[in-house]
Ligand binder design. Structure first.
Ligand code: UD1
Ligand code: CA
Length: 473
């Protein structure tokens, strides 16, 4: 029987943040999401999360994303040992293995956790600690072993002597405990250390036999205590995600300039040009060409879509659509096959049928456009009357002349033509031409007004009132 407990009650003082540390963002998720996700493959029977600082916020966040998590309150927060003491009651006489993870150690691979549990069971230890040998061990607890590689003690960085600090074997903050064994020593913990806290690491020192497993890739155990460690984690995750997708058939022309989220899926032969960023959950179809300079968030792109220097958020783009440069697709934008949304075009909550073209300087909001509609440069759907939003419907095959304002609510039928410069306030029927602008007036042989003679210094250079305006006609 395996139970997992994640310690997530701490404040995270060194982040200097208004938000709880475990909710800090990492590649589109939060630290605690990554930690909970890392142990999913082990298929634990129970998942416990110790919460304390801003407990409701952490709980709300986790409940929305992870099923079957039991929340345990630690109030006040008196250290990692005190945090695990809170499990004495909910775990009761559980007799299996408890995997304890720090909520701020987000880069662990599932395979590493699997090896730790296996090693623990094979060795029959009371505890197995995951360790790493780091070039820069500063800030981590140091692990001291005897000649048989059994763990004798874990000493916190701030409690170490200078001599002890030279030890580069560090505690990764991940432990496999035989629960009845650790439950028996937890009440013995004392706060006789530099921080005046109850340390879980002291429990390790009280257990026998205590073993350790050293992870080869030290980046796996990076703990996030401050912003620079958070930035280091982000780099590691980004590098891992890029490697994963390069191996799966995605081309990155300048990988380091791009950022990915764990929830982004790519098809084959996708080309990602420099400075392209993916956030949230996206699916990018085969053969898409993204960038340079794209931001894609929570969107679905079918095959062969192109997005250049544009922002795409909560949008759906069917096969062969071309977006940009400099387009903005906002939530609810749905593009049919082979649409073209060009420069300085904004689309919000609008459904464009196949082969619609809106190539320049346009706003489409709360609109439905049928197949093959051509939207002229400078067309605006005036969807907001100051209080509510209203819809615009344009039938298939219609052509909207340049600089048209469509004052919603308004419906245009099929194959309608709107003359350039129109302000359309009434519905237009199928096949009609609508012109809604002032008729042009022409004055033949028009004499331009003569310029006023240059005034003398006596008038101070001012223009005579009578010479200013023109009579209107
Ligand atoms: C801890 C370890 C250290 C190890 C390092 C690895 C201890 C005493 N030290 O140090 O040996 O090298 O992790 O990253 O365990 N938490 C609670 N309740 C509390 C205090 C903390 O739930 O009262 C949670 C925090 O939210 C955090 C985790 O425990 O997720 C670790 O706490 P933190 O204060 O960051 O420990 P470190 O000083 O990093
Ligand atoms: Ca930490």
């Amino acid at each position: 029987m395996l139970a997992v407990a994640v310690l997530a009650a701490g404040k995270g003082t060194r982040m200097c943040s208004a938000h709880p540390k475990v909710l800090q963002p990492l590649a589109g998720a939060t630290l605690v999401d990554w930690v909970l996700e890392s142990c999913e493959l082990l298929n634990p029977q129970r998942r416990l999360l110790v919460v304390g600082h801003q407990a409701e916020r952490v709980q709300q966040h986790v409940q929305r994303r992870h099923q079957q998590v039991e929340f345990v309150l630690q109030q006040p927060q008196r250290g990692t040992g005190h945090s695990v003491q809170q499990l004495l009651q909910p775990l009761g006489n559980f007799s299996g293995t408890l995997l304890v993870l720090n909520g701020d150690v987000p880069l662990l691979r599932s395979t590493t956790l699997g090896r730790l549990v296996e090693h623990h069971h094979r060795s029959g230890s009371a505890v197995t600690v995951l360790t790493a040998c780091l070039e820069e061990p500063k800030g981590y607890g140091r692990v001291f072993c005897d000649e048989r590689q059994r763990v004798r003690a874990v000493v916190e960085d701030r409690d170490c002597t200078d001599e002890q600090r030279r030890n580069r074997l560090v505690n990764g903050g991940v432990y496999c405990f035989h629960w009845p064994a650790v439950a028996a020593v937890l009440p013995q913990l004392k706060a006789d250390n530099q921080q005046g806290e109850l340390y879980l690491t002291d429990a390790v020192g009280l257990l026998n036999p205590a073993t350790q497993l050293t992870v080869e890739d030290g980046t796996e155990i990076i703990g996030v205590n401050d912003r620079s460690q958070l930035a280091a984690c982000e780099q590691v995750v980004q590098q891992r995600l890029r490697q994963q997708w390069l191996a799966a058939g995605v081309s990155f022309l300048d990988p380091v300039s791009c950022s990915l989220s764990a929830g982004t899926r790519f098809g084959r032969d996708v080309v990602v040009e420099p400075q392209s960023h993916f956030r949230g959950s996206n699916s990018i179809g085969d053969g898409c060409r993204i960038g340079p300079g794209a931001l894609i968030e929570d969107s679905q792109l079918e095959a062969d879509v192109e997005v250049t220097f544009s922002v795409v958020r909560q949008a759906r783009l069917a096969r062969g659509s071309v977006v940009g440069p400099f387009a903005h697709l906002r939530p609810g934008a749905v593009l049919g096959e082979h649409c073209k949304v060009g420069n300085f075009v904004e689309v919000k909550n609008s459904r464009l049928g196949p082969e619609v073209k809106a190539s320049h300087l346009t706003y489409l909001g709360d609109a439905q456009l049928g197949r093959g509609v051509n939207v002229g440069a400078g067309t605006i759907t005036a969807n907001f009357d100051g209080a509510s939003k209203h819809p615009t419907t344009i039938g298939e095959g219609s052509s909207i002349g340049a600089n048209t304002v469509l004052v919603a609510p308004v419906t245009l039928g099929r194959d309608v033509t709107i003359a350039a410069g129109s302000t359309i306030t009434k519905d237009v029927t199928d096949d009609a031409l609508a012109i809604a602008r002032c008729r042009q007036v022409q004055k033949k042989a028009w004499h331009k007004p003569a310029a006023a003679p240059h005034s003398s210094s006596a008038t101070g250079g001012e223009i005579e009132p009578s010479s200013q305006g023109q009579a209107s006609t």
